[in-house]
Design a protein around this ligand. Sequence first.
Ligand code: THU
Length: 132
Amino acid sequence: MDPIETLFSAARAAQGRAHAPYSRFRVGAAIRDEAGAVHAGCNVENAAYPVGTCAEAGAIAAMIAQGGRRIAAILVLGDGAALVTPCGACRQRIREFAGPDTPIHVAGPEGLRRTFTLDELLPASFGPDNLA
Ligand code: THU
């Protein structure tokens, strides 16, 4: 299968399992790690609203728990007409495990809509190198 299609399928399956009773906005995310393994996550909201987590955070947690260490590509899938780009906090979460050229694919229910690089979404970023 096409590599983006594989991420899209994983993100769609996770989106279907999202816990989003408050916003009713379901999001799925899927990461391909440096070894080619795919890790997915969905948003998990909470009655105490700020405690909710984004799909990207779930996918990153799954990657780390399963032994992946780098994001080779990530796809985010949400409904609606607008592009579901990662929120600011998730751009920084992705930054921890990705390089400036890492592709961030943004998809809608019909498929891929647009691809950004991490540097396009988070220019002049602060990352692990700043602490070296
Ligand atoms: N959300 C994500 O999971 N990822 C994004 O990239 C954008 C927003 C979630 C957070 C919240 O559960 C819902 O979408 C509405 O903001």
